[in-house]
Design a protein around this ligand. Structure first.
Ligand SMILES: NC(=O)c1ccc[n+]([C@@H]2O[C@H](COP(=O)([O-])OP(=O)(O)OC[C@H]3O[C@@H](n4cnc5c(N)ncnc54)[C@H](OP(=O)(O)O)[C@@H]3O)[C@@H](O)[C@H]2O)c1
Length: 321
């Protein structure tokens, strides 16, 4: 089969397509004929070695959708021909999904309802599970609460907007102007340009004086901002930053409003099948779409990884082997 592999850590140019043997499943694994593999920032961290150095040669790709072609000896509940999707985040040991066939343990994969699109599902794993964990599990978002989602056009952002809308929260999100109409269609009540000088005032005006929950993927930019726009008792969930030293200039703003900060990594999810099933249900009922901005073939994996870090798009980039 064809698989994208890196033989040394480095920039995107280290990715090449190799002809290798089709994988065999371990006892608790499925082999999946890959329909689609989401391209995530974390794939680039595995590639460049900044996240967690991996043994090479290594195939990137943690998100997968497709059809089961083989099941391990100890597998229960899956059979050849099943349509599945999942996320092997935290791996290093499985056959990655930038390939014609991937392996995934059964605790990281679920069945896909018949009407659910395989290409969308291949891009759903990391981003939608992260949004679900942040808003449902950590923020405990409730109907009619104000929820601020920074960067609503991103992979995580556009799923978070829809999950927030699905629980009938009042979603405020930020994005470049060109994505405002689409994000309103996805259920955002207010969409604001993240570049505007009066962003805090605009968020306060849109939320009757303060938001109840925040999803923040750029803590170095917004840690203080989140406290400034928080309502009393707000919950802020932090999932990322661009520089490693986010800090407050006035932590009193957070203290005076009893703001809770929860930092999370989706690979700590106790049982990934729970949010994966929740996301599958929302996709099946039409409450959640994965907006596939661009698709790439295996030979274009380097372009896809450059684009996910450097280019602007709405939704997800997906590799279709
Ligand atoms: N902790 C976890 O478990 C976890 C899980 C998933 C992802 N993450 C992290 O979360 C981040 C987002 O991931 P992703 O897959 O959603 O990436 P993505 O698809 O590249 O989205 C990033 C978004 O940030 C927006 N953005 C750029 N500058 C901004 C600003 N100043 N204010 C607000 N938004 C801004 C971008 O908009 P433009 O297109 O307009 O530039 C884009 O929509 C990454 O750092 C990733 O590593 C963490």
């Amino acid at each position: 089969m064809r698989a994208v592999r890196l033989h040394e850590h480095g920039d995107a140019d280290v990715l090449q397509v190799d002809e290798i043997d089709r994988p065999e499943p371990a006892a608790n694994e499925l082999v999946v004929e890959v329909a689609a593999a989401g391209v995530n920032p974390v794939d680039t961290y595995f590639r460049d070695g900044s996240y967690e150095p991996v043994d090479v040669p290594f195939t990137p790709g943690v998100d997968v959708s497709g059809v089961v072609t083989a099941v391990g000896d100890a597998v229960d509940g899956f059979a050849e021909g099943d349509r599945v999707y999942g996320t092997g985040i935290g791996n290093g040991g499985f056959q990655g999904s930038y390939a014609e066939y991937a392996t995934i343990p059964t605790d990281r994969v679920v069945h896909l309802p018949d009407g659910t699109d395989l290409t969308e599902a291949g891009g759903a794993g990391v981003v939608a599970v992260t949004a679900w964990r942040a808003l449902i599990d950590h923020a405990g978002l409730e109907p009619a609460e104000y929820c601020l989602i920074h960067g609503g056009s991103g992979g995580v952002g556009h799923t978070a907007v829809q999950i927030g809308a699905a629980v009938n929260a009042r979603v405020i999100t930020t994005a470049a102007e060109e994505y405002h109409d689409a994000l309103a269609d996805y259920g955002a009540e207010t969409v604001l340009d993240y570049g505007r000088d009066d962003l805090a005032d605009a968020v306060l005006a849109a939320s009757d004086g303060g938001v109840d929950a925040v999803l923040d993927h750029r803590l170095d930019d917004y840690l203080q901002f989140d406290a400034d726009v928080a309502a009393t008792g707000a919950r802020v969930v932090g999932i990322g930053e661009n520089s490693p030293d986010p800090g407050f200039t006035n932590d009193g703003a957070a203290r005076s409003k009893d703001v809770s900060y929860q930092f999370m990594s989706m690979f700590n999810t106790p049982d990934l099948r729970v949010p994966l099933r929740g996301v599958a249900h929302l996709m099946n009922t039409g409450a959640l779409s994965i907006d596939v901005a661009r698709t790439y073939d295996l030979e274009e994996a380097a372009d896809a990884q450059r684009a996910v870090m450097d280019e602007s798009f709405l939704g997800k980039l997906v590799i279709e082997p």
